[in-house]
Design a protein around this ligand. Structure first.
Ligand code: SF4
Length: 333
């Protein structure tokens, strides 16, 4: 029986599709045929329907623009230098760009003129390095946009957690954790970071802020994914798997993604980030957050330009040519 058939049978008959995410020898036993498998099981009614989603387009932005990624600071501006960072961010990179109130007001105005109310994802770089991040988030919250914040957690203490807890429209704070131990996590994020990340998660949970723990499955941590999953469950946090792109520091450090096996017959039709939104970074719009440092992915200075038929054609061409797009299309997370 195939792995998929085995899991379908033993997870439960109501699951109609099983996606194998990782598969590694079970080191707790001497049995060479024993494996630890992480899988995602779908019920029929939750299976993505191929081609069922209308294409992202300017004329239908009110319905099709679901996500807008926002970089409050430049992607490479960070207080850490994680070994897998696709922007090769580090404290040594001094890009002075900061999202301004004027820019945010312009974004709100464009969204309003299109009748669009996407979910806003604040990311970086490390967004909390923006000196007025919380003032910007206040404006977003007052405008009624649902939003989330992606952070390395190092600058989240009690005061920040309290502030985040006060937002009515904050859906979650996403924090990176790359291993269930200081040794493994800190080999990616840097010395002493494991304890700081844990403190931030504890502070946020204490203030009842929804937390997502983001892990990037790599060769180095793939055997520990079950423990990270368990840790997330214990903290009442969602677990999000991030794809490893062969870009930036990941390339420089020769990192390899976790070994995965593809679904047997057909591709899981997860919706790509560039299918449901665009990214705003350093004053311009790009196809997605992965490619915000790639001039080929620049779609324009305005949301209307980024959603125009020409821009959507440009995104389709990217998907045919970019190595990063091949990673997304493989859809291993
Ligand atoms: S497929 Fe390419 S353009 Fe689309 S989200 Fe992935 S990297 Fe970005």
């Amino acid at each position: 029986m195939s792995e998929k058939g085995f899991l379908t049978r033993y997870i439960g008959a109501e699951f109609t599709k099983v996606e194998i995410l990782t598969r590694a020898p079970n080191q707790r036993t001497k049995n060479p045929n024993a494996y630890v498998v992480i899988a995602r099981a779908y019920k029929e009614e939750t299976l993505p329907k191929p081609g069922s989603r209308p294409e992202l387009a300017l004329a239908s932005a009110s319905e099709t623009l679901e996500e807008l990624w926002l970089f409050p600071v430049a992607p490479e501006f960070c207080n850490l230098a994680c070994t897998h960072c696709l922007y090769a961010a580090s404290p040594l990179r001094k890009n002075p760009y900061r999202l301004t109130d004027t820019e945010l007001a312009k974004i709100f105005a464009e969204l309003a003129s299109l009748g669009a109310a996407p979910h806003l994802l604040f990311t970086g770089g490390e967004p909390t390095l923006h000196p007025r991040l919380y003032a910007l988030l206040d404006q977003v919250d007052q405008q009624g946009y649902s939003f989330q914040l992606h952070t390395n957690g190092t600058r989240i203490q009690a005061e920040e957690a309290r502030h985040l807890a006060s937002f009515a429209h904050l859906k979650k704070v996403q924090i990176s954790l790359e291993g269930p131990s200081a040794e493994l996590n800190d080999s990616v994020m840097g010395q002493g970071l494991y304890q700081r990340v844990l403190r931030a998660i504890a502070e946020l949970r204490m203030h009842e802020v929804p937390v997502a723990i983001a892990v990037t499955p790599m060769e180095s941590n793939q055997d520990s994914l079950p423990q990270i999953e368990q840790f997330a469950a214990e903290k009442g946090a969602e677990l999000v798997q991030i794809l490893l792109y062969d870009l930036g520091a990941a390339t420089n450090n020769g990192l390899k993604p976790a070994v995965t096996t593809s679904p047997e017959n057909d591709q899981i039709n997860t919706t790509l980030m560039c299918d449901k939104g665009v990214a705003y970074s350093e004053g311009k719009y790009f196809a997605c957050p992965v490619l915000v440092k790639d001039p080929d992915a620049l779609l324009g200075d305005s949301l209307s330009e980024a959603l125009s038929p020409q821009a959507r054609q440009q995104v389709r061409q990217l998907r045919d040519t970019k190595a990063a797009c091949a990673v997304c299309l493989k859809g291993s997370a």
